[in-house]
Design a protein around this ligand. Structure first.
Ligand SMILES: [Zn+2]
Length: 411
């Protein structure tokens, strides 16, 4: 069934020569409506192709004032507005434009510049996908916050958190202008978005999808990631995924490990989940991937954070992904002044989805994120009625550091 790449590109180029002007075209395009032709028939080389070929006709993908030909990969550069990015490394935008039409999937990372696991996942996928086998378009933006990336920092130069300012505004703060530029230049072009993050401030998360399961389109999107953990989280105002969903684009957050570390044990399964997603969305043909083992299904969890009740040094006694029993010791806090020891125990049986790294803590510090396996149906029910769960993921400190760090965020 699949046409050779040379044929597809040839047809697209032929169409460009013979059809409507390039600049105004979007993707995919409807065939131009033209009046009955007058004069001699066009030469055979640019004549309208036969009907079956016309259905698969595909034009170059236009983004950031560049055109990416069907069946090719090109790395574009996104520049923050108003000269904000002057002197910074350019933000690479890897566009893989398929030889056949299909949806535009966007992979975004590095909104927090020190969350390198996601940057690596997006780099890998962006450069490994074969454009000649792709149906649709992959847009991979691994390093949005170029300031934070080169300074190994979560924040922007004004110490604001870029992921609290989407969709942004043209005349706002540095963060708001950055958000506005990226939202209009890239985000609005996407049909679906995965935004990569990690736990923040010395916390690590097992690879997991965070999504607003009360939104039917978003819920359907979460089904595509294979056997990845999925947690309901409504998100906070200003997050990219919240602004994208408000603009009608299904979007989720993919949490992968801890900031500032390159963790192979988390990067590899996250990249696998994206490969599965691309098959599920039909961007890639399914023959080579997972057919024999059957369709992998997502694993829905409800969860809560277990907090410390003492000040001192936190020592964990469980690993990410470990199954724990009711009352099992998760870790302990030792007060280095009094030598007093306080144990932290599991409030219910479950699995360790996230944890704080060993560090100095105060009472109330979120230390262990414990999840309880649930069904998709139950997860959706609880998402619709957040009062039913005791400490839902919306309280997650790894998504809401700004609220907990008034010294960092001055708004
Ligand atoms: Zn983040």
């Amino acid at each position: 069934m699949r046409k050779s790449i040379a044929t597809a590109v040839g047809l697209a180029l032929a169409a460009l020569v013979g059809a409507a002007p390039l600049a105004a075209q979007d993707f995919p395009v409807d065939p131009p409506r033209r009046p009955t032709p007058v004069g001699p028939a066009p030469p055979a080389s640019i004549a309208r192709p036969a009907a079956p070929a016309a259905a698969e006709l595909i034009t170059p993908f236009q983004m950031l004032d560049r055109f990416v030909l069907p069946g090719s990969r090109q790395t574009l550069e996104w520049v923050p507005p108003d000269g904000l990015g002057r002197g910074e490394v350019p933000s690479p935008i890897i566009v893989v434009h398929g030889a056949q039409p299909g949806p535009i999937l966007c992979l975004i990372a590095g909104i927090h510049g020190d969350e390198v696991n996601g940057i690596e996942v997006v780099r890998r996928i962006g450069h490994e996908v074969d454009p000649t086998r792709l149906r649709g378009t992959l847009v991979a933006a691994p390093i949005v916050n170029v300031f934070g990336f080169s300074r190994i920092s979560r924040y922007l130069p004004d110490r604001r958190d870029l992921n609290r300012h989407f969709p942004g505004s043209r005349g706002g703060s540095i963060a708001s202008r950055m958000a506005h530029g990226f939202f209009n230049d890239v985000v609005r072009r996407c049909d679906a978005i995965v935004d990569f993050h990690t736990g923040s401030f010395q916390r690590s998360n097992l690879p997991q999808i965070r999504a607003d399961l009360t939104n039917a389109e978003v819920l359907d999107f979460t089904r595509g990631f294979g056997n990845t953990l999925v947690l309901h989280s409504p998100g906070a105002r200003g997050m990219l995924r919240v602004a994208a969903v408000a603009a009608g684009i299904p979007a989720v957050t993919f949490e992968v490990g801890a900031p500032q570390f390159l963790e192979m044990q988390h990067i590899a399964p996250a990249a696998d989940a994206i490969r599965t997603l691309m098959h599920r969305m039909d961007l890639l043909a399914s023959e080579a991937h997972g057919q024999a083992s059957g369709e992998p299904v997502p694993i829905y969890f409800d969860s809560r954070w277990v907090r410390t009740n003492a000040a001192g040094f936190l020592f964990a006694e469980v690993e990410l992904g470990q199954t724990v029993k009711l009352g099992q010791r998760l870790g302990h806090v030792i007060d280095p002044v009094t030598n007093e020891r306080t144990n932290i125990v599991a409030p219910f049986p479950g699995q360790v989805l996230g944890k704080a790294l060993n560090q100095q803590v105060l009472p109330g510090y979120a230390a262990f994120h414990i999840g309880r396996l649930t069904s998709e149906q139950q997860a959706v029910l609880e998402a619709a009625d957040p009062g039913a769960s005791a400490d839902e993921v919306g309280e997650d400190p790894s998504e809401r550091p700004a609220a907990e760090q008034p010294d960092v965020e001055r708004e």
